[in-house]
Design a protein around this ligand. Sequence first.
Ligand code: NAD
Ligand code: IPM
Ligand code: MN
Length: 355
Amino acid sequence: NRTYKIASIPGDGIGKEVLPAGQEIVQALQDRFGFKVEWTEFDWSCEKYLETGQMMPSDGIAQLKDFDSIYLGAVGWPTVPDHVSLWGLLLPIRRELHQYANVRRIRLLDGIQSPLAGRGPKDIDFVVVRENVEGEYSEIGGRLNRGTEDELAVQEAVFTRKGTDRIMRYAFELAKTRKRNKVTSATKSNGIMHSMPFWDERFAEMASRYPEAETDQFHIDILTAHFVLHPDWFEVVVASNLFGDILSDLGPAIAGSIGIAPSANINPEGEFPSMFEPVHGSAPDIAGKGVANPVAAIWTAAEMLDHLGESEAAQCIISAIEKSFRDDATKTRDLGGTGSTRDVTQAIKTFCADA
Ligand code: NAD
Ligand code: IPM
Ligand code: MN
């Protein structure tokens, strides 16, 4: 039975503009590929928080558990502090639904000019596998003496053997499915952080279990430079929560724009639904103007369909996106075009239907 129950959470800002665009493309593909999606929309957002005092209801996570997937726009708006909105909605979903693998593809698509001189689609095609539930994003820490000269903030990073091993295993398994079978580890074991020598040990141990894989590792500082100077070196990059967060905004910058980058928060065991969302945020600077790039949300929808087993429909979306890049009128401003959110969505829908 190819009927999928999907929870949609548009959220804030351009989330409310790009999520409907992605849904429209999915709807357009249903009949042709023979699947069906039943959407349930949740209006959890900063706006809702200002009305109710909660980013989501107390049983919010429980409400999401029985869906096949979750499709989310963006969370965060200037009227609510980020540590209230994100800690109250996005981060608990990732954590409580054990979506520990954040898979962020970085691919220079046909029709996009990389800001890196002389680089084409062959040179930029890799995946950041980001640990998504622990590491630097731990709840252990606190603040003392607020507002005084003795004020301080403490944050503990938590790296468990189970959590570290399972993200590395995910990266090695993913690499097996790709051309070069290569895994790069993002580390920082030269800085005074107890977590990183441990990270390196677990990486070496996991590498020994995948003798056919090629491996290397770089400290995060020089790794950012290599992303810019040698993007062709990478195939799968495994990183802790914070390092992966930073790398996954840098990656899309070399592949054209944060406005096209997809992200999948995967629960690999399938015990809970996975969540699909663009890498970008709510973009308050352009929200409400109808100019947000819908490609990140649309590519994210393709990732979701692929995960649900609809790989032909997913492939069809990617080809249609590439076709839309051939014309400035169907590219948004962040890519140097003149198109609106609507123009781009309409073009991709038409190309999907024609393919
Ligand atoms: P952002 O991604 O919202 O915006 C960064 C810049 O990129 C802005 O100039 C914006 O206009 C541009 N941009 C982003 N997406 C675009 C698109 N689709 N088309 C064209 N341009 C686009 O990051 P930020 O400004 O750091 O964060 C804004 C808010 O969003 C904050 O509250 C932040 O916490 C939140 N945020 C949420 C998520 C999420 O929900 N997954 C991710 C990142 C940031
Ligand atoms: C992302 C975002 C989030 C993160 C924020 C909004 C909490 O930057 O999805 O990359 O840091 O994970
Ligand atoms: Mn981020």
